[in-house]
Write a protein that binds this ligand. Structure first.
Ligand code: GAL
Length: 901
């Protein structure tokens, strides 16, 4: 939960809390402290001992997952050998007890500590030589890129091996009697948390947030915290990142307090006239005597910035409840609001939010205050109409994204994520599938605020494995905890429209046995949240198989449009599951490298990449004509046609919005994928405009490809394709018409496949309903002459986190983009800021992301700049390249500039 310190509320808080307290320190309401600064970091265990202890014994990797096709059948788990190595599992399992429903299945901590030697966890260890880091931190993004395989889908940055983080924690006298929790939003992976040399707990799955109760382990004065992470190789199909890559918090509460993710809000009745808001509050009493709790709830409207807007719109107090010592109690309440401001997705609706403030009083004194943002909306999936939000039919125009933020790696950065969502919204996207794991909670906050629909997904594998050491190893012990943890954390976000329990899991292939696991996950999800449907994305299970029968919404990966030579499966599923909505949880998997056009261009609308037809194995680039796809996938155009031919479908999540690190199908030697609509640097590929033409039909636009600077192609056939929201267009080469064309049914691009190249100007004039609608031109560039630099934001917050993304273009003397320029560009940053990373979007580039100098890729380079914490002023950025006129700009960093949303 985020804490919103709304200025409007502050005086009230002070009035209620401070004067009334006899012992203000002991009973003061919770503190949630940013715990990201002051860590020391070290890669490896003492003496480089590779495995002094493990979470659990691992199976031997008999066959690497390197080079496996993405849709290969997952296999049965390998048997684990009985190697003698100390395992920490019995001490870690109890950390998940709060998420195990059946008390008998919860875990007790062994009586003795584990018999392991952990010098890095000891208070006396001198870590001054370790590197000082500020979280979130992804140690793997620094590389270097690996030069020999096997790489597998995890890519060419080494993410595996043990790593340690240490930090001291002072416990003041005022903290006596309080509960103290370490709240980790995500640690990659197999975290074990040590306090003063003793193992306090941990959490294996790297994508979930978790809480460790530090209270029993702390002593007055200085305490030594140490977190060991132990990423395994061959544990993922993409780049997982490494380290404490999300925020870490220290939460202090009174003994009687709202439990972890302890407020759940639902809106069981919603209309424009009124809404019923119902809440459940779980109280934990960590004290040694029973406590009488009075729980009050106030609801406030929030403005677009997340500030409280006006007086409370509802107030309720629950009858006094006694919570036994060491026990929990759940208190329910509700309120009716007149004329609620509904939450809804952009662009047709507005994402209004509310805040519930839960106040816990004991003996008349406030002992806890807990804030929960939420939204009021209805979401319904319908077998004929697809998705309805607040009664409006909203076609899902979504993308899949992995969690890495390109050059920044997996370390979460709010502005980088916000920029991604902004670019997607500009394209017309209204939805995001967080493939295939729980995201950073801030991403969900952004989605709530920006009005983006989210499919929140928990697992990529269940009991069967996709890679030798993936989640299947811990699925039996942890699936319940991980699924409940995700839903408890996320269920108040109005942006979330459904839960994903799995992606292309091996249990598609195991009939009833697999369906039994599917049913269990759906049951758990419904217990945690009866308001949202649960699904599992299927690329293989057919309509008459058991697995689809277990889920609420039918989610097809690729199968809807048809995989390879198989016919599209929408009609078969629609007929076999007439009551269930259907969507494309993954569509397309179209591949391209930005700005890389290859010839000849086949006359098809969709084709697998083959040498000389879409792909060039020598350069490892995929043609940007946007006709090519993974073997099991299809071009954007083909997926559009499949959806339009079956109008009952709820829409699509395209694979993927952005290129991501790892899984570089079809050239596994590359560093990053080719499937993004935008490249790894966030530069738009041509495909961006194909989606925009469909998803923003009201926006007059026309986009031409390829570029028009082909000195070696004079007189040769050079096909020209146009993406437009119009229905017809005429193309001109140096003023000569190449003909006017109309979009055919189920065709989404206009193409002039027989244009002979001559230098000059290409112009397209697009029409809609016979009237001119949009026009655009592309001109032949001369020699590279200058750099142009543009910052996406020229004012940033001086908090050391906010970012400015600087796009550098190489242009000729007239300012025309030089499309294939690859000059080396150098950034110099002066003043109160620093260069964080650079990129160019080339999937084959192995230049370090931290390098201030890098070659342009097809005319573009990206530099990412941030301010130094607390330092205001003008950050001066200079960009140089040999023989080109440099570019300069300033970004002002100020304490007054709000960070991103
Ligand atoms: C799918 C899979 C995704 C990704 C994609 C690659 O089969 O669900 O995670 O691997 O293929 O195109």
């Amino acid at each position: 939960m985020r804490h919103i310190l709304a200025p409007a509320l502050l005086p009230a808080l002070l009035l209620v809390t401070v004067p009334a307290l006899a012992q203000p320190d002991r009973l003061a309401p919770r503190q949630r402290l940013d715990f990201n600064d002051g860590w020391r970091f070290h890669l490896g265990d003492p003496g480089n001992n590779s495995a002094p202890y493990l979470y659990d014994v691992l199976p031997k990797i008999e066959q690497s997952a390197d080079g496996k096709v993405a849709d290969a059948m997952p296999e049965a788990a390998a048997r684990v050998d009985g190697a003698k190595v100390a395992v920490l599992k019995p001490w870690i399992l109890p950390s998940g007890n709060a998420f195990i429903k059946e008390p008998a299945r919860r875990h007790s901590r062994p009586a003795q500590d584990p018999a392991v030697d952990a010098p890095y966890a000891q208070a006396g260890f001198d870590d001054r030589a370790w590197r000082a880091v500020r979280l979130p931190h992804d140690w793997a993004i620094e590389g270097p890129f690996l030069t020999s395989g096997p790489y597998g889908g995890m890519g060419r940055l080494k993410t595996w091996g043990p790593a340690w983080y240490r930090k001291t924690l002072a416990v003041a006298a005022a903290d006596r009697g309080k509960s103290v929790f370490l709240d980790v939003d995500g640690a990659m992976a197999y975290a074990s948390v040590w306090v003063n040399g003793r193992l306090a707990g941990g959490w294996p799955y790297g994508y979930n947030g978790f809480r460790i109760d530090l209270t029993p382990w702390l002593r007055s004065g200085a305490n030594q915290l140490a977190i060991r992470l132990d990423n395994t190789p061959e544990s993922a199909r993409w780049y997982p990142g490494a380290g404490l890559y999300r925020n870490v918090w220290l939460t202090k509460t009174a003994p009687l307090h709202v439990g972890h993710w302890g407020v759940r809000i639902a809106t069981p009745e919603v209309s424009r006239a009124k809404a019923r808001v119902a809440w459940q509050v779980t109280l934990d009493n960590a004290g040694s005597t029973a406590a009488d709790a009075d729980v009050g709830t106030e609801l406030f409207a929030l403005d677009a910035q997340g500030r409280i807007d006006g007086a409370a719109v509802a107030r309720a107090t629950s009858p006094r409840t006694t919570v036994a010592a060491g026990a929990s109690a759940t208190i329910a309440g509700d309120a009716v609001l007149a004329n609620p401001r509904l939450w809804g997705p952009r662009p047709t609706q507005t994402p209004h939010r509310y805040l519930a403030v839960t106040t816990v009083r004991q003996n008349g004194q406030v002992v806890d205050r807990y804030e929960t943002p939420f939204g009021i909306r209805t979401v319904r999936f319908d077998a004929q109409l697809g998705l309805l939000v607040n009664g409006e039919r909203v076609p899902i125009r979504g993308v899949n994204n992995h969690h890495d933020l390109g050059a920044l790696g997996a370390a979460f950065n709010r502005r980088a994520a916000e920029r991604q969502l902004e670019l997607l919204q500009e394209m017309g996207a209204n939805a995001l599938r967080v493939s295939h794991n729980p995201p950073d909670p801030q991403l969900l906050d952004l989605a709530d605020r920006m009005g983006v629909l989210v499919m929140d997904e928990v697992f990529d594998s269940w009991q069967r494995k996709k890679t030798p050491l993936d989640f299947h190893l811990i699925f039996p012990d942890w699936h319940e905890q991980d699924l409940r943890a995700m839903i408890r954390r996320d269920r108040n976000h109005p942006s979330i429209i459904m839960w994903g329990a799995g992606n292309e899991v091996g249990e598609q292939y195991t009939g009833e046995e697999g369906a039994t696991i599917g049913r269990e996950l759906v049951r758990i999800a419904h217990e945690e949240d009866p308001t949202r449907p649960v699904t599992t994305a299927m690329n293989w299970a057919k309509a008459d198989m058991p697995l689809p029968g277990t889920i609420d919404v039918i989610s097809l990966n690729y199968q809807g449009s048809g995989i390879r030579t198989l016919p599209g499966q929408f009609p078969a599923f629609h007929a076999a599951h007439p009551g269930k909505a259907i969507l494309h949880t993954e569509s397309a998997s179209a591949l391209s490298s930005r700005g890389e056009y290859q010839f000849p261009v086949p006359g098809v609308t969709s084709a697998a990449v083959r040498p000389g037809a879409g792909g060039d194995p020598a350069t490892r680039q995929v043609s940007a004509y946007e006709l090519f796809a993974a073997d099991f996938g299809s071009s954007a155009d083909r997926a559009f046609a499949a959806l339009d031919q079956h109008p009952y479908t709820a829409g699509e999540f395209v694979w993927t919005g952005f290129d991501y690190l790892g899984e570089p199908t079809p050239y596994y030697e590359a560093r990053s994928s080719y499937s993004g609509i935008l490249d790894l640097a966030g530069f738009k590929k041509d495909r961006y405009y194909l989606y925009q033409s469909r998803w923003r039909p009201e926006l007059p636009m026309a986009h031409i490809l390829p570029h028009w600077t082909w000195p070696e192609r004079v007189g040769q056939v050079t096909p020209v394709h146009v993406f437009t929201s119009g229905d017809e267009a005429e193309l001109f080469v140096n003023g000569k018409s190449q003909g006017r064309q109309k979009k055919a049914p189920y065709a989404y691009r206009l193409r002039w496949d027989y244009v002979n190249y001559e230098p000059g100007e290409l112009t397209v004039v697009a029409y809609k309903d016979g009237k001119e609608w949009a026009r655009s031109s592309v001109r032949t560039a001369g020699d590279a002459s200058a750099l142009q630099a543009n910052a996406d934001r020229s004012s940033i917050a001086a908090d050391g986190r906010d970012l400015s993304f600087i796009t550098v273009r190489i242009v000729d003397k007239d300012g025309i983009d030089v499309p294939r320029a690859k000059q080396r560009v150098r950034f110099t940053v002066e003043g109160p800021g620093e260069l964080v990373a650079t990129d160019n979007g080339d999937p084959t580039s192995f230049e370090s992301f931290q390098s201030p100098e890098r070659a342009a890729f097809n005319g573009l380079v990206l530099g990412i700049v941030r301010g130094r914490p607390g330092a205001s002023g003008s950050i001066r950025v200079r960009v140089d390249a040999e023989g080109l006129r440099p570019a300069m700009l300033t970004v002002s960093a100020s304490a007054d500039t709000p960070a991103s949303r």
